[in-house]
Design a protein around this ligand. Structure first.
Ligand SMILES: Nc1ncnc2c1ncn2[C@@H]1O[C@H](COP(=O)(O)OP(=O)(O)OP(=O)(O)O)[C@@H](O)[C@H]1O
Ligand SMILES: [Mg+2]
Length: 365
């Protein structure tokens, strides 16, 4: 655990951090978020003693960092910074190997470790010989993360690590980051400007304003119960929609209230079943339980008579997607119900728009 105790930092007359007390749980991701200049970077740099505090203390596992040797402390904490992080004159291998070499590991062990880390951040070993200038923004950040993890520190400090990456690559980095953290369970302090990133990645949010802590809590609690207007504004008017990111499809799957047929059933039987139901559609599911499409009964524009069609490329969602993604797909597709499938197209049930709406109602407490 990292504990900030009445921590303050003044630069001459400027108060950058003001009496900040905060406990950051081991194995969790704490997101520091707030407007530019609110003291996020200063706080991060005090944790690894790149900056010394003016007042207060920082404890790591109950020991004051000021009782530790600053260099040893820094080597035991991984630090990822935005953009400029990599040494331009060193290739990827040497960049990742910086701390292990300082720790005097033997070359064999370093080689193995670099390869292991590249795999972890999903870069293949051909990257070893590349120089930072030959990497895309996303690749550089992956190397930066690998370098921070090189000596397997318990703590990782990350200062807007994905800030300069385009949205698509940023989403990919987020996925990798989440799965890396699931494996490693590091204690992470992550600075961001971006509330969506904070909600997606954080276990806890610590919201700062003018060097002071405004609110520190689970992401869900903050979304449902913002401390004050400042936090509300930071979360945005669509905070109810943002909260859907935290809900997984798997908890909203229902297995009733819809028709299920086989693709090979006789069309007239399918049509009759649909006509007898209060819907205009039926899920086609194979004998082995795989989703095969949706039969829809509509009036033909040309003849005015009912016509049965099978949509075999129907939009589906996966059980591990979140409700926000599902809601976007529903809006895009104009569907109030989407089938949920497993990794091999196993049919798991459906999600209904009305259940997502009920989520909103539940939030207006
Ligand atoms: N070395 C310094 N000398 C003087 N003032 C500084 C110094 N470093 C930071 N500050 C000031 O302290 C305040 C907090 O800076 P800090 O870099 O921690 O902000 P931040 O929250 O990380 O902002 P950003 O989101 O823009 O990165 C700012 O007002 C900044 O101008
Ligand atoms: Mg900063």
């Amino acid at each position: 655990m990292i504990e900030l105790k009445n921590l303050s930092k003044n630069f001459d007359k400027k108060v950058a951090v003001n009496n900040l007390s905060l406990k950051m749980e081991a194995g969790k991701i704490t997101m520091l978020i707030g407007p530019s200049g609110c003291g996020k970077t200063t706080t991060l740099k005090m944790i690894n003693r790149l900056i010394d505090s003016t007042e207060g203390d920082i404890l790591i596992d109950d020991k004051s960092i000021y009782d530790l040797d600053a260099v040893t402390l820094r080597r035991s904490i991984g630090y990822v910074i935005q953009e400029t992080g990599l040494f331009p004159h060193m290739n990827v291998f040497d960049n990742i190997a910086v701390v292990p070499r300082l720790l005097k590991w033997n070359e064999r062990k370093i080689q193995d470790r670099v390869e292991e880390l590249l795999e972890l951040v999903t870069l293949d070993t051909s990257y070893i010989h590349k120089y930072p200038l030959q990497l895309s923004g996303g690749e550089s950040q992956r190397v930066g993360l690998a370098r921070a993890l090189a000596a397997d520190p318990n703590i990782l400090l990350m200062d807007e690590p994905f800030g300069a990456i385009d949205p698509i690559n940023r989403a990919k980095l987020h996925e990798s980051f989440i799965s890396i953290q699931e494996k490693l369970g590091k204690t992470i302090v992550f600075v961001t400007h971006d509330i969506n990133e904070a909600i997606k990645l954080g276990d806890k949010l610590a919201i700062l304003h003018n060097g002071e802590l405004i609110q520190h809590d689970d992401v869900t609690n903050i979304l449902y119960d913002p401390e004050n207007e400042f936090v509300e504004q930071l979360l945005g008017h669509d905070r109810n929609i943002k909260a859907l990111v935290l809900k997984k499809n798997r908890d909203y799957i229902v297995n009733e209230g819809f028709l299920k047929v086989r693709r090979s059933d006789k069309p007239e039987n399918i049509q009759a079943a649909i006509e007898n139901s209060n819907s205009n559609r039926a899920m086609a599911v194979s004998r082995k339980g795989c989703f095969e499409g949706i039969f829809v009964l509509e009036l033909s524009k040309r003849t005015g008579r009912p016509r049965l069609t099978l949509i075999d490329d129907a939009i589906t969602v996966e059980k591990n997607n979140n409700l926000q993604e599902t809601l976007s797909l529903m809006i895009e597709a104009g569907e109030a119900q989407l089938p949920v499938v497993g990794p091999h197209m196993e049919f798991l049930g459906v999600i209904n728009l009305k259940d997502i709406f009920n989520e909103f109602r539940g939030q207006d407490r």
